[in-house]
Design a protein around this ligand. Structure first.
Ligand SMILES: NC(=O)c1ccc[n+]([C@@H]2O[C@H](COP(=O)([O-])OP(=O)(O)OC[C@H]3O[C@@H](n4cnc5c(N)ncnc54)[C@H](OP(=O)(O)O)[C@@H]3O)[C@@H](O)[C@H]2O)c1
Length: 252
């Protein structure tokens, strides 16, 4: 494949750092975008300059908290800015990371991501979306959000997936010369093993001396939907390792 120039919005995040690595390993040109690199996709500061000469934007930027209104505002503004500035810069398309099951979300962060998908799909530039399961890297965040040596984590079934695995699939999608056939479902990437988020957190908790308690019915948006398997991949999903345990074994 010929070399293209990719702007990665959210380049320093859990997923974004892997996307940058995969692109670089494949010989592509990369423009990393985050506030840490001096580019703000909300205020637009530095965005026009960053998108100069870019062929494809990969949007893996995210809001840092779960409150629905603030997250929706972030995704609304960032999607609009990426489409408007992208079109001005002559960008061909945007590839976006999303979450498996968010089409069934009615509240909270999931609902904000649903709006994010809709805004991207109705934006000025062509868009490709990849929905992913919960990242292995996200489990640590769930423990860090809580104080003390006991953590309460949802016992929601998932097929947790490594950020690196998602990044490879996202870059494949971003660089695919073929457009998907009409009616093709939004692609999904998940890990090979079904387990609850709490079970994965227990494995990590054991390393950090944190007791993890799985919670059946946490007071969280769409808890019933998630507990009933709403976050599990569909039959068309690609499943790829490593499992959470194997991934954890490679972590320092
Ligand atoms: N976490 C999961 O388990 C999971 C699962 C499935 C799908 N996803 C999706 O994957 C995507 C990436 O998630 P993640 O967990 O990797 O996110 P993350 O670790 O929270 O990273 C967010 C990134 O966005 C950047 N960012 C935030 N505000 C910005 C701004 N105003 N301007 C420019 N950059 C900004 C951050 O960098 P700065 O702070 O330096 O700006 C950081 O690089 C999201 O769309 C998420 O919904 C996540």
């Amino acid at each position: 494949m010929s070399t293209s120039k990719f702007a990665v919005a959210g380049a320093t995040g859990r997923l974004g750092r892997h996307v940058v690595d995969v692109l670089v390993e494949r010989g592509q040109q990369v423009v990393p975008i985050s506030r840490a690199t001096g580019v703000d996709i909300i205020t637009g500061n530095g965005l026009a300059e960053a998108l100069s000469g870019v062929d494809v934007i990969i949007d893996v930027a995210s809001w840092h908290a779960s409150e629905e209104d603030a997250a929706t505002q972030f995704f609304r503004t960032s999607a609009r800015n990426l489409h408007e500035e992208g079109q001005r810069a002559g960008v061909a398309r945007i590839t976006v990371a999303s979450i498996i099951g968010i089409d069934g979300a009615t509240a909270g962060f999931g609902a904000a991501k649903k709006v994010h998908e809709e805004l991207h799909l109705s934006g000025l530039l062509p868009v490709r979306i990849l929905r992913a399961a919960q990242f292995h890297e996200f489990v640590g965040q769930l423990l860090e959000w809580q104080q003390g040596d006991v953590a309460y984590v949802p016992a929601w079934p998932s097929q947790l997936v490594a950020g690196r695995t998602v990044a490879e699939e996202l870059v494949d999608l971003a660089t695919d010369p073929d457009e998907p056939a009409p009616g093709t479902p939004i692609p999904e990437i998940a890990g090979p093993r079904r387990e609850t988020v709490a079970e994965a957190a227990q494995l990590l908790g054991a390393r950090r001396n944190i007791k993890v308690v799985g919670v059946d019915n946490p007071d969280l948006p769409d808890a019933e939907y998630a507990a009933a398997g709403g976050l599990l991949p569909g039959p068309h999903a690609k499943l790829a390792g490593p499992t959470f345990q194997l991934w954890l074994d490679t972590q320092p």
